[in-house]
Design a protein around this ligand. Structure first.
Ligand code: KIV
Length: 322
């Protein structure tokens, strides 16, 4: 369940990189859809300045990443929401760094134009700043991400500074932070009281001051998100945070109708792929049962010479038997 029910070759091969990182870069196949300029962090900052909305979506595999990128989306997030929508867990907490790296590599191979951001999973940056930096570096080095996203406010400021120092661009994430589901007592809209709103506003400023490049605002009142957006220089990307954010993000599976729980209030379903897939699968099963699939046009055929030789052979065997 999801509550939130250069042109080509952007990644350069580092001559001193490990085999894993060389492979991550080498496996990026050229696509033909990279006719538009590569989206970069400075380009997203410019969008905020020019008040041009930023469109972001999640993607978790090669095919959907390619479709999202070809659809002209600015930012693709390999969200840890994949724990729920791809792996069927009840929260985002169980997914590991290795799993996130695997999905990020697949998405990297499908994305050319959009900025690729990878989520740091729960536990990968909580024990120490050094461990957080080491894990974050892996997402850039081994999987081709261009930034990492971490959840939390002012308590992450030291980590954000260390990441920026290590040349790892950071996307912050405040408000309803799904990795804090137990502390929050469920997936609840945050910042509804004056003190909670002020707290989030200060968190936003702390992350910006620490060097975050973007800020995801999730599950908070529209008025608060609007104020944060107006006060920050860096772009805000909203999910359940109203229309005044500099950009919007949705979980791809929510937008496509591929989730199994009722959608949250802020989700707009642009398709019902779940229903279409169910109907297609059912039709296939019925066609196989009734021998309607495959038909002659869907079958391979012998060359006519071989076919007549086989027929003669079969006739000869029948004559012998008689
Ligand atoms: O994990 C995720 O997909 C997210 C967003 C939707 C912001 O964090």
């Amino acid at each position: 369940m999801s509550l939130r029910t250069t042109p080509k070759g952007a990644v350069q091969t580092d001559a001193h990189a490990s085999d894993a990182s060389r492979n991550a870069s080498a496996q990026i196949a050229p696509h033909n859809h990279s006719t538009h300029l590569k989206v970069t962090l400075p380009a997203l900052l410019e969008k905020k300045r020019s008040r041009t909305p930023i469109a972001a979506l999640t993607a978790y595999d090669f095919a959907s990443a390619r479709v999202v990128d070809e659809g002209g989306i600015d930012l693709v997030l390999v969200g840890d929401s994949l724990a729920m929508v791809m792996l069927g867990y009840e929260s985002t907490l169980p997914v590991t760094v290795e799993e996130m790296l695997l999905f990020t590599r697949a998405v990297r191979r499908g994305v050319r134009r959009a900025l690729l951001v990878a989520d740091m999973p729960f536990g990968s940056y909580h024990a120490s700043v050094a461990e957080g930096v080491a894990n974050a570096v892996r997402f850039l080095k081994e999987a081709g991400a261009e930034a990492v996203k971490i959840e939390g406010g002012r308590s992450r400021a030291e980590l954000v500074r260390a990441l920026v120092e290590a040349e790892v661009p950071v996307v912050g994430h405040i408000g309803l932070t799904p990795q804090s589901v137990h502390r929050m007592g469920g997936y609840r809209v945050q910042g509804k009281s004056l003190s909670a709103a002020e707290h989030l506003l200060e968190d936003a400023h702390a992350l910006e001051a620490a060097g975050a490049s973007l800020l995801v605002l999730e599950g908070m009142p529209r008025e608060l998100a609007a104020q944060i957006t107006a006060e920050l220089q860096i772009p805000t990307i909203g999910i359940g945070a109203g229309p005044e954010c500099d950009g919007q993000i949705l979980v791809l599976h929510d937008l496509l109708g591929l989730t199994f729980a009722p959608a949250a209030k802020f989700v707009r379903r642009y398709a019902d792929l779940g229903a279409q897939m169910r109907a297609a699968v059912q039709q296939y099963g019925e066609d196989v049962a009734a021998r309607r699939f495959p038909n002659d046009a869907e079958s391979y055929h012998l060359p006519s010479e071989t076919r007549s030789q086989m027929e003669q052979h079969a006739q000869g065997s029948q004559r012998k038997k008689a």
